[in-house]
Design a protein around this ligand. Sequence first.
Ligand SMILES: *[C@@H]1O[C@H](CO)[C@@H](O)[C@H](O)[C@H]1NC(C)=O
Ligand SMILES: [Cu+2]
Length: 266
Amino acid sequence: MLPIIAALGLISTAAAHGTVNAIVVDGTYYQGYNPSYQYITPAPVTVGWKIPQDLGNTFIPPDSYGSPDIICHLGATNAMTAAATKGGSKINLQWTPWPVSHKGPVIDYLANCNGPCETVDKASLKWFKISAVGLIDNSMSNGYWATDQLIKNNNTWTVQIPTSIATGNYVLRHEIIGLHAAGQPNGAQNYPQCVNLAITSSGTDNPAGVPATSFYKATDPGIKFDLYSAFTSYTIPGPAKYSGALSVSQTMPAPPAATATGVYSV
Ligand SMILES: *[C@@H]1O[C@H](CO)[C@@H](O)[C@H](O)[C@H]1NC(C)=O
Ligand SMILES: [Cu+2]
């Protein structure tokens, strides 16, 4: 029996991180990507960027912040379709159960593909920040963080598409940074997840963005951060938020009203 328990222990440790399972756009459900889909023929068509190398359910550490892996996670390749959305749409991102220990900020960026996101070169994407929530208060030990709020709401985070941006095909880069080991050098754990959105909007802004490989440095105060120290504030890393960013209150999501057709569903 013991070896089996030990093996299970290893599996649950490896599975202790997470990925975005699905997104719900204005009530319509779209399956996300799962690394196991590489074994399915024909390959499932998802709005989530493909991360077949992420079978270990891992994270991107600070010494990879200059690598293309920070863009949309480990070895990510383009999603094969997009979810139709509008300026002002609310998007719920459903994570696999997030570990309570992995406290940290939840950050969202958009990048205009200036063409189809299904074929865009990810290195060419310039991102602008549309949402960033970090430490909310000190109501629990080691702080009450965006991740605690996400866990409370069925492991779901809601982001709203700015109404002021121009119509276009965009990639949404949604990210959790786990700070549970971030007091150590190279200890922060970034979990970026990307989905394609075809956004119809009455806005005209094309916010200037920056490549994801320039977002963070290992020494940023929000990256090298001791979660177990007596902190009272937290500085969210990365570029400043776009002026047209909308803030949305995080609530328990309603069940999806419909499932998207033409894309993979489990
Ligand atoms: C809660 O999350 C589970 C797992 O992701 C999902 O199947 C379920 O639909 C979610 N519930 C709501 C109300 O969104
Ligand atoms: Cu983990």
